[in-house]
Design a protein around this ligand. Structure first.
Ligand SMILES: [Fe+2]
Ligand SMILES: [Fe+2]
Length: 179
Protein backbone atom coordinates (compact mmCIF):
# COMPACT_ATOMS: atom_id res chain seq x y z
CA UNK A 1 0.00 0.00 0.00
CA UNK A 2 1.32 3.42 -0.92
CA UNK A 3 0.90 6.36 1.45
CA UNK A 4 -1.78 7.66 -0.91
CA UNK A 5 -3.71 4.37 -0.48
CA UNK A 6 -3.20 4.58 3.28
CA UNK A 7 -4.46 8.17 3.34
CA UNK A 8 -7.59 7.16 1.44
CA UNK A 9 -8.28 4.33 3.88
CA UNK A 10 -7.52 6.43 6.96
CA UNK A 11 -9.70 9.29 5.68
CA UNK A 12 -12.64 6.92 5.17
CA UNK A 13 -12.19 5.31 8.58
CA UNK A 14 -11.83 8.59 10.49
CA UNK A 15 -14.82 10.10 8.66
CA UNK A 16 -16.96 7.13 9.65
CA UNK A 17 -15.72 7.26 13.24
CA UNK A 18 -16.69 10.94 13.42
CA UNK A 19 -20.21 10.15 12.24
CA UNK A 20 -20.59 7.14 14.53
CA UNK A 21 -19.32 8.92 17.64
CA UNK A 22 -21.79 11.76 17.11
CA UNK A 23 -24.62 9.20 16.86
CA UNK A 24 -23.24 7.42 19.94
CA UNK A 25 -23.18 10.76 21.81
CA UNK A 26 -26.89 11.30 21.06
CA UNK A 27 -27.66 7.85 22.38
CA UNK A 28 -25.55 8.38 25.53
CA UNK A 29 -27.50 11.60 26.19
CA UNK A 30 -30.82 9.78 25.79
CA UNK A 31 -29.57 7.08 28.15
CA UNK A 32 -28.73 9.69 30.81
CA UNK A 33 -24.93 9.77 30.46
CA UNK A 34 -24.10 13.41 29.60
CA UNK A 35 -20.40 13.05 30.39
CA UNK A 36 -20.05 9.97 28.17
CA UNK A 37 -21.91 11.92 25.49
CA UNK A 38 -19.30 14.69 25.86
CA UNK A 39 -16.50 12.12 25.60
CA UNK A 40 -18.00 10.79 22.34
CA UNK A 41 -18.40 14.34 20.96
CA UNK A 42 -14.83 15.29 21.90
CA UNK A 43 -13.43 12.13 20.31
CA UNK A 44 -15.59 12.73 17.23
CA UNK A 45 -13.95 16.14 16.87
CA UNK A 46 -10.49 14.53 17.26
CA UNK A 47 -11.32 12.10 14.44
CA UNK A 48 -12.52 15.01 12.30
CA UNK A 49 -9.16 16.73 12.86
CA UNK A 50 -7.39 13.54 11.72
CA UNK A 51 -9.66 13.16 8.69
CA UNK A 52 -9.15 16.78 7.64
CA UNK A 53 -5.36 16.46 7.87
CA UNK A 54 -5.43 13.22 5.82
CA UNK A 55 -7.54 14.94 3.17
CA UNK A 56 -5.03 17.81 3.04
CA UNK A 57 -2.12 15.38 2.79
CA UNK A 58 -3.66 13.84 -0.32
CA UNK A 59 -4.50 17.25 -1.82
CA UNK A 60 -8.17 16.30 -1.54
CA UNK A 61 -9.47 19.86 -1.80
CA UNK A 62 -8.58 22.01 -4.77
CA UNK A 63 -9.88 25.35 -6.04
CA UNK A 64 -13.54 26.12 -5.36
CA UNK A 65 -14.28 25.49 -9.03
CA UNK A 66 -12.57 22.07 -8.85
CA UNK A 67 -14.35 21.28 -5.58
CA UNK A 68 -17.74 22.19 -7.04
CA UNK A 69 -17.04 19.94 -10.04
CA UNK A 70 -16.08 17.09 -7.70
CA UNK A 71 -19.11 17.67 -5.47
CA UNK A 72 -21.49 17.80 -8.45
CA UNK A 73 -19.98 14.59 -9.87
CA UNK A 74 -20.35 12.86 -6.51
CA UNK A 75 -24.00 13.87 -6.09
CA UNK A 76 -24.75 12.92 -9.70
CA UNK A 77 -23.19 9.49 -9.22
CA UNK A 78 -25.32 9.01 -6.09
CA UNK A 79 -28.68 9.85 -7.62
CA UNK A 80 -28.11 8.29 -11.05
CA UNK A 81 -26.09 5.17 -10.23
CA UNK A 82 -25.69 4.42 -6.54
CA UNK A 83 -29.10 4.97 -4.99
CA UNK A 84 -31.60 3.70 -7.60
CA UNK A 85 -30.71 -0.02 -7.21
CA UNK A 86 -30.30 0.41 -3.45
CA UNK A 87 -33.76 1.95 -3.22
CA UNK A 88 -35.35 -0.76 -5.38
CA UNK A 89 -33.73 -3.52 -3.36
CA UNK A 90 -34.80 -2.01 -0.02
CA UNK A 91 -38.35 -1.61 -1.35
CA UNK A 92 -38.41 -5.24 -2.48
CA UNK A 93 -37.20 -6.33 0.95
CA UNK A 94 -39.55 -3.91 2.69
CA UNK A 95 -36.45 -2.80 4.58
CA UNK A 96 -36.79 0.34 6.69
CA UNK A 97 -33.79 1.82 4.81
CA UNK A 98 -36.12 2.36 1.84
CA UNK A 99 -37.41 5.64 3.31
CA UNK A 100 -34.04 7.39 3.53
CA UNK A 101 -32.75 5.77 0.32
CA UNK A 102 -35.78 7.28 -1.41
CA UNK A 103 -35.32 10.69 0.23
CA UNK A 104 -31.57 10.72 -0.47
CA UNK A 105 -32.08 9.66 -4.10
CA UNK A 106 -34.23 12.76 -4.66
CA UNK A 107 -32.23 15.13 -2.44
CA UNK A 108 -28.93 14.32 -4.16
CA UNK A 109 -30.43 15.36 -7.50
CA UNK A 110 -31.26 18.73 -5.96
CA UNK A 111 -27.79 19.01 -4.43
CA UNK A 112 -26.22 18.34 -7.84
CA UNK A 113 -28.39 21.08 -9.38
CA UNK A 114 -27.44 23.58 -6.65
CA UNK A 115 -23.75 22.83 -7.25
CA UNK A 116 -24.35 23.33 -10.98
CA UNK A 117 -25.77 26.78 -10.24
CA UNK A 118 -22.79 27.57 -8.00
CA UNK A 119 -20.44 26.52 -10.82
CA UNK A 120 -22.25 28.84 -13.20
CA UNK A 121 -21.66 31.73 -10.80
CA UNK A 122 -17.98 30.86 -10.31
CA UNK A 123 -17.51 30.63 -14.11
CA UNK A 124 -18.57 34.29 -14.21
CA UNK A 125 -16.20 35.13 -11.35
CA UNK A 126 -19.09 35.57 -8.93
CA UNK A 127 -20.29 34.11 -5.67
CA UNK A 128 -23.78 32.59 -5.51
CA UNK A 129 -26.40 35.32 -5.47
CA UNK A 130 -28.55 33.39 -3.00
CA UNK A 131 -27.95 34.07 0.67
CA UNK A 132 -30.73 32.11 2.38
CA UNK A 133 -30.53 28.30 2.42
CA UNK A 134 -33.12 26.12 4.11
CA UNK A 135 -32.52 22.50 4.95
CA UNK A 136 -35.24 19.90 5.48
CA UNK A 137 -34.03 18.05 8.57
CA UNK A 138 -36.22 15.08 7.61
CA UNK A 139 -34.98 14.31 4.08
CA UNK A 140 -31.96 16.53 3.41
CA UNK A 141 -33.64 18.62 0.71
CA UNK A 142 -32.20 22.15 0.33
CA UNK A 143 -34.19 25.21 -0.78
CA UNK A 144 -32.74 28.56 -1.77
CA UNK A 145 -34.60 31.75 -0.86
CA UNK A 146 -37.65 30.97 1.23
CA UNK A 147 -38.90 27.69 2.65
CA UNK A 148 -42.13 26.37 1.06
CA UNK A 149 -44.93 25.17 3.34
CA UNK A 150 -44.38 21.57 2.26
CA UNK A 151 -41.07 20.01 1.37
CA UNK A 152 -41.06 18.88 -2.31
CA UNK A 153 -39.43 15.62 -1.19
CA UNK A 154 -40.77 14.63 2.22
CA UNK A 155 -43.97 16.66 2.08
CA UNK A 156 -45.64 17.98 5.21
CA UNK A 157 -43.14 16.21 7.45
CA UNK A 158 -40.73 19.12 7.06
CA UNK A 159 -43.46 21.71 7.71
CA UNK A 160 -42.37 24.12 10.41
CA UNK A 161 -39.04 22.42 10.90
CA UNK A 162 -37.00 23.99 8.08
CA UNK A 163 -33.53 24.74 9.30
CA UNK A 164 -32.25 28.14 8.20
CA UNK A 165 -28.61 27.49 7.47
CA UNK A 166 -26.13 29.48 9.53
CA UNK A 167 -22.79 28.18 10.84
CA UNK A 168 -24.25 27.94 14.34
CA UNK A 169 -27.56 26.34 13.33
CA UNK A 170 -25.78 23.72 11.22
CA UNK A 171 -23.41 22.89 14.06
CA UNK A 172 -26.18 22.51 16.60
CA UNK A 173 -28.33 20.52 14.13
CA UNK A 174 -25.59 17.93 13.75
CA UNK A 175 -25.48 17.59 17.54
CA UNK A 176 -29.21 17.68 18.11
CA UNK A 177 -30.55 14.93 20.27
CA UNK A 178 -33.18 12.96 18.34
CA UNK A 179 -36.57 13.09 20.00
FE1 LIG B 1 -26.09 15.25 -1.41
FE1 LIG C 1 -37.89 17.26 3.25
Amino acid sequence: MTTTDNLREAFAGESQANQKYRAFAKRAEQDGFPNIARLFRTTAEAERIHAEAHLRSMDGAGSTKDNLEAAKAGETYEYTTMYPPMFQRAQAENHRARTMFGFALKAEAVHAELYRRALEAVAQGKDLAETGFYLSPVCGHIEFGAPPANCPICGPKADGSWLKATPASLRSASDRVAA
